[in-house]
Ligand binder design. Sequence first.
Ligand code: C2E
Ligand code: MG
Ligand code: MG
Ligand code: MG
Length: 289
Amino acid sequence: SDMLQSFIKQAASINMKQYQTPLPDITEHDLKDYIVNGHVKAFFQPQYNLLTNEICGFEALARIVDNGQIILPSQFINKAEETDLIMPLTKAVINDAFQYFSMLKPEYKKLNLSINLSGKLLDDETIPHWLEETAATHGINNDAITCELTETAIPSNPSVMIVALLRLRMMKFKLSIDDFGTGFASLEQLHMLPFNELKIDRCFVADILNNDKSKALFRRSISLAKDLDLLAVAEGVEDFETKQLIIKLGCKVAQGFYFSQPLAAHDIVNEINESGLSFGVNSLEESKL
Ligand code: C2E
Ligand code: MG
Ligand code: MG
Ligand code: MG
């Protein structure tokens, strides 16, 4: 297991890709205005069951919508983390995502909704209760919600966070380690912390066809997930060949541009129809989301 750890570290440092954007961060002042004035929205990227080709859930991703222009997290998440704005920002995303989700027909509420929680958020002990209350307000079952926590946010001594995570699990929320392979969560932590899912970072998926180390790491992540009884999810699948390979390597759930970009709430309807599932179209159209 020490070998796996050093293997993961090595592979991460060699393969980690920077997805840099030439666009500058928005200012703290603008970010605050966007949050206060309701410009923060949730977009939804479908997740697919690779065995049935059906949508099994969505990941809610933060977007700022300004006069039809869409601003991506790369321009504001860091700023939000550095300031105290990550809390109101994340709450706005979750509120929007839950509101949309609550309008689905009851049978589609079985689909999973994944949300991204920053490590900073879990330092606030009121968050689990807030999340439970917000879900209840929208008539959403806690077990339909997966809380993603990026691996780099897991501290070496996660005493406050561990309490928050345990509390969320007791409330039946699911927990996922996001960007797995980019941080250094120890196997002991993985075992100790009550996670349900492991999301393999897209930097390993991106070059899995050409890079044997990425492929080996992916394979090991799948087997680790299996051993620890976690659902393995691949992110960043961009082409058919990659999809075929990860299926061969035992991956059962994935998301990525090959399947779908993150979509505005109203576009999700078409996506679900194409996937062969029927959907609560009326309620959505009426809501003019
Ligand atoms: P993440 O949670 O790992 O989300 C996956 C990112 O990969 C998303 O970027 C998504 O658009 C992108 N992606 C999906 N499929 C593909 C693909 O096939 N190829 C490539 N190249 N990229 C793909 P996005 O939406 O820009 O979000 C970036 C990060 O910002 C997220 O990474 C997450 O860490 C953070 N984030 C997003 N929304 C929130 C939020 O509401 N709260 C918090 N705390 N963080 C958020
Ligand atoms: Mg995520
Ligand atoms: Mg991720
Ligand atoms: Mg990522």
